[in-house]
Design a protein around this ligand. Structure first.
Ligand code: IMP
Length: 195
């Protein structure tokens, strides 16, 4: 089964590709030479996931999955949330966002946070959503070099390592995205059995 993955984020492509069984043929936007940046104008993960998936499904007349994800920090009223990729400013780097987060959390004892991923699937024109979350804590300083985004400051529950101190396989045992993808795989396997 062919699915276009509607993201320009090469880290998301890498994470999702290793999770899907071999009979799913994942085509990235890079494979399609599509480099346009789809503006995320909605204020929910569902809204933005749908917007990205729909745009690509219509453009390529294909089945598509998208991921909209972010970090919600309790002591910051669930910020940065849907603004995670552009927390410091519109064109922020991962490092700028992460430094800004630590600055906003300085002096705060409550470090509780969660990552959320909403996957939108557009299959034969119909929309489906799958969600995953992982709770954890924000560290006081960045640790580790793997991954992307806020990985160096996030320690998931039941671990003492940040996501950036883990291999991709280890991160996928915990991650919000892996949990959402697991639900997607379950759905597709059941659906393919029936159709
Ligand atoms: P978007 O889904 O493209 O709007 O951006 C998601 C943003 O949330 C990323 O750019 C990261 O800043 C953050 N994020 C989402 N998932 C992860 C993750 O697994 N690790 C680290 N940061 C993440």
């Amino acid at each position: 089964m062919k699915l276009i993955l509607a993201t320009q984020n090469s880290n998301k492509v890498k994470e999702i590709k290793v999770l899907l069984p071999g009979n799913f043929d994942i085509i990235s936007l890079k494979d399609l030479n599509f480099s346009e940046d789809i503006k995320e104008t909605e204020n929910t993960f569902h809204g933005n996931a749908l917007l990205k998936a729909k745009y690509i499904a219509e453009k390529f007349n294909a089945n598509v999955i998208s991921d909209d994800s972010g970090l919600e920090v309790v002591a910051l009223n669930n910020e940065p949330g849907v603004f995670s990729a552009r927390y410091f400013n519109e064109n922020a780097t991962d490092k700028e966002n992460l430094d800004f987060l630590l600055k906003n959390l300085s002096g705060k004892e409550n470090r509780k946070a969660r990552f959320v991923s909403v996957i939108c699937l557009i299959l034969d024109g119909k929309e489906y959503f799958f969600e995953g979350e992982i709770k954890g804590e924000i560290t006081f300083e960045p640790k580790g070099t793997t991954g992307f985004g806020y990985d160096p400051v996030f320690v998931p529950e039941k671990s003492h390592l940040t996501f950036a101190e883990m291999t991709l396989d280890e991160k996928n045992k915990f991650s919000h995205r892996a949990k959402a993808i697991e639900k997607l795989i379950h759905f597709l396997i059941e659906k393919l059995k029936v159709d």
